[in-house]
Design a protein around this ligand. Structure first.
Ligand code: FES
Length: 486
């Protein structure tokens, strides 16, 4: 039996997709667990027993899995050896038990044979036949379930980490630290410097073991070490199963205000009137924020200080990278400087923040995002976060453009639609944000209003207000609507 999280990993779909199959009655589960046989039935597309096609499909799955294994980053030799040792110990233990049971059954059979030979008892003879049949069934060769085999391989290649008290889970591969892997999986872990200095990522190991992958200066006390405390930014998971107790942010109120000097990585064009500003935080000081939040950016251009507030378009899972979309707007001094090439790669830019509470709510409902023009920026962060967390059964994006290059990342949306089972998008164009919003609401009514969804809206006020009115009149509860007016 596998957890939903592990089952999703094995078949290569998101947890949300599996949960939907369970809700729709397509996949059977018991107490939140799925059997490997059930997984094989639903994801093979073939009835093995009837078609006698088991070996062919197994071979195909082995090859596909081999490719996936090769694409994975391997952990260090030490960690690999530790996981293999643990698995070999488990195997040796199972073998020892199996041998003991086998010896017991053989002895029992001999005794029953002996007793049945000297007796006319019908019960004894039936028992003798029963044991014979049972033994030949147990010894008959039967190919092992491919998903059970893959599960064992995954236990060596990657680690499964569970965080208490939230119960969230994530996979850790290669040399990633626990912090990197947790953030990549969309967790809102507590951290500060990211390089072993501040101690904010301190967490307690409840079971399993960790290995140091980075030097750290933060002095853990002897008492903390004895209690199993470790630094998430300096350690990886050594055991294939690891349970830790760690602090996670509940919402925007848990994220402290920060001031960080970043560097411009690049300023690139996304269209005639839209730029991508790519900043990078120092190795020693990452910005802690939640997807969907904004920051204030300040830079010195031509001797003058210019500043502006922008939503962050990247996800906290994107390491030290901060992305912002900037439109050519006369009233925005920073935009004017950027379009005039006043900022170059390597220039210093100060970032204050984060601000705002336009962040993903805790919910299992399908997610619907509606953006107008640069409202796509916070949406991109939110969508990437939702994709990383893999909890949503579906993600739908409705993107309205009121300008010629309003759909400046349409290719990215197409790539997501092609790559993800649970993502879809629709593009709309209308010079009037209010009229465009009405068209979006109409399309939503046809597509998603049957579902109980969470709606995230971002764009100019006229767009957000019209969308809000449309959603309210369609009966969407207030608690399922989240807005950001730009
Ligand atoms: S010690 Fe600062 S984030 Fe880990």
């Amino acid at each position: 039996m596998l957890t939903i999280w592990r089952a999703a990993q094995l078949v290569g779909v998101s947890r949300g997709v599996l949960q939907k199959k369970i809700r729709d009655g397509e996949l059977e589960s018991s107490d939140g667990l799925v059997s490997t046989e059930e997984l094989l039935r639903v994801f093979s597309g073939v009835d093995f027993e009837e078609h006698g096609d088991f070996e062919r499909v197994t071979r195909i799955k082995e090859q596909a899995f081999g490719r996936r294994v090769r694409e994975r980053m391997l952990p260090s030799q030490d960690v690999l050896a530790q996981r293999l040792f643990a698995q070999s110990e488990e195997l040796a233990d199972v073998r020892r038990h199996l041998q003991s049971y086998h010896d017991l059954v053989i002895t029992l059979r001999a005794r029953i044979d002996e007793a049945a030979g000297a007796s006319e008892s019908k019960v004894l003879h039936e028992l003798k036949d029963f044991v014979e049949r049972g033994l030949s069934n147990a010894l008959a060769t039967k190919t092992a379930n491919i998903y059970a085999i893959m599960d064992d391989v995954l236990k060596v290649m990657s680690s499964h980490v569970t965080v208490r008290p939230s119960g969230r889970e994530f996979a850790l591969e290669g040399h990633d630290t626990l912090l990197q892997a947790g953030l990549s999986a969309g967790l809102r872990l507590n951290y500060g410097c990211g390089n072993g200095t501040c101690g904010l990522c301190k967490a307690r190991v409840i079971s399993g073991s960790v290995a140091r992958v980075q030097a750290f200066d933060y002095p853990l006390s002897e008492a903390e070490k004895l209690q199993g405390y470790t630094l998430l930014c300096a350690h990886t998971a050594a055991s294939s199963e690891l349970v830790i107790e760690a602090l996670e942010a509940d919402g925007a109120q848990d994220i402290p205000a920060q001031q960080i000097t970043t560097r411009v990585r690049a300023v690139s064009s996304l269209g005639r009137d839209t730029l991508l500003l790519h900043l990078q935080t120092p190795r020693t000081n990452r910005l802690r924020f939640l997807a969907g939040q904004c920051v204030t950016i300040s830079a010195t251009c031509g001797g003058d200080e210019v500043r502006a507030d922008y939503p962050i378009a990247s996800c906290p899972c994107d390491d030290r990278n901060l992305h912002f979309y900037v439109a050519r707007e006369a009233g925005d001094p920073l935009a004017r400087s950027l379009f005039a090439d006043a900022l170059k790669a390597g220039d210093a830019v100060t970032v204050w923040g984060p601000q705002g509470d336009f962040v993903l709510a805790e919910s299992q409902r399908p997610l619907v995002f509606a953006a107008c023009d640069l409202g796509f920026a916070p949406m991109k962060g939110l969508m990437e976060h939702a994709m990383a967390a893999e909890g949503a059964e579906s993600i739908s994006l409705y993107w309205l453009a009121t300008r010629a290059d309003g759909h400046f990342l349409a290719n990215q949306c197409r790539a997501w639609t092609d790559a993800l089972d649970n993502f879809d998008h629709a593009l709309f164009a209308d010079a009037d944000a209010g009229a465009g919003a009405r068209a979006v609401v109409q399309a939503m009514r046809a597509d998603v209003f049957v579902a109980d969804c969470d709606f995230y809206l971002a764009g100019p006020e006229s767009f957000v207000d019209t969308m809000l009115a449309g959603l309210r009149s369609a009966g969407v509860p207030e608690r399922q609507i989240f807005t950001m007016a730009l």
